[in-house]
Design a protein around this ligand. Structure first.
Ligand code: ATP
Length: 239
């Protein structure tokens, strides 16, 4: 049974439907990436998984149970954490305060207490330990992204949704972030990644879905997608 499944999901804003008839599965322990141009609907899709947007049609199942009507808070409590595009960390608060806020909902699932979870995310991202009591607003874009991911991990998620983690991040740190995502998968976490940087996202993913105009037009093993002439032409550019 997949950990997460979207069946025939449509979603949108106001009168406009953006996502149409999307089917997607996420197996436990894999990285699945959404590939697509700016505005194709990747964020809309991940928002409908975490509940920031409600599906207008179709069904979303987590662990085989419908979650389509649940609030974002209830989905977080079940183990679906969303690291949003643009990071949305609290710039006026310290690293520690941002991390503690991320712990919402963890108590139900995690055997670890808050201190142990803080310790674990600081082991993953040593800079957060170094700057534990510093204000997040002084961080670079990349450091803020690390903090956003760490905050997501504080909820002890079963699925981590990452929306454009490379956006506004210097190339060196982008590589570090992608390595971190792989490491989290290798430790057993299931990851749904929406990323315009198709080459790097597919390089670490197990499978991928191509989103065009709100529809899934192609899906498959990431290895195969990287070699597909259509993907190469549309999303990978020269080289
Ligand atoms: P990006 O990487 O730019 O976020 P995306 O593939 O994630 O691209 P979405 O953000 O899901 O795309 O946007 C898909 C469509 O939905 C676009 O046409 C966009 O203008 C529209 N849209 C996104 N957010 C809203 C909103 N809050 N209200 C109305 N329309 C929206």
């Amino acid at each position: 049974m997949p950990l997460l499944e979207l069946r025939n999901v449509s979603a949108g804003y106001a009168r406009e439907n953006v996502l149409r008839d999307v089917d997607l599965v996420l197996a436990k322990g894999e990285i699945v990436t959404l590939v697509g141009a700016n505005g194709a609907g990747k964020s809309t899709l991940v928002r409908s998984v975490s509940g920031l947007l409600h599906a207008r049609q179709g069904e979303i199942l987590f662990d085989g149970k419908p979650i389509t009507k649940l609030s974002p808070a209830d989905r977080l409590t079940l183990g679906i954490a969303h690291v949003p595009e643009g990071r949305q960390i609290f710039l006026g608060m310290t690293v520690a305060e941002n991390l503690r806020l991320g712990g919402y909902g963890a108590a139900n699932r995690s055997k670890e207490n808050e201190a142990a979870r803080l310790d674990r995310v600081c082991d993953l991202f040593p800079i957060l330990r170094e700057r534990f009591d510093h204000t997040a607003g002084n961080f670079s874009g990349g450091q803020q992204q690390l903090l956003a991911i760490a905050r997501g991990l504080m909820s002890a998620p079963r699925v981590l949704i990452l929306d454009e983690p490379s956006l506004g991040v210097a190339p060196l740190l982008v590589a570090e972030i992608f390595q971190m995502i792989e490491r989290l998968r290798d430790e057993g976490l299931t990851i749904l990644l929406a990323e315009q940087n198709a080459r790097q996202a597919l390089a670490i993913a197990d499978r991928g879905y191509v989103v065009e105009n709100g529809r899934v037009t192609l899906s498959g093993r990431a290895k195969d997608l990287l070699e597909s002439p259509e993907i190469v032409e549309k999303y990978l550019g020269a080289g």
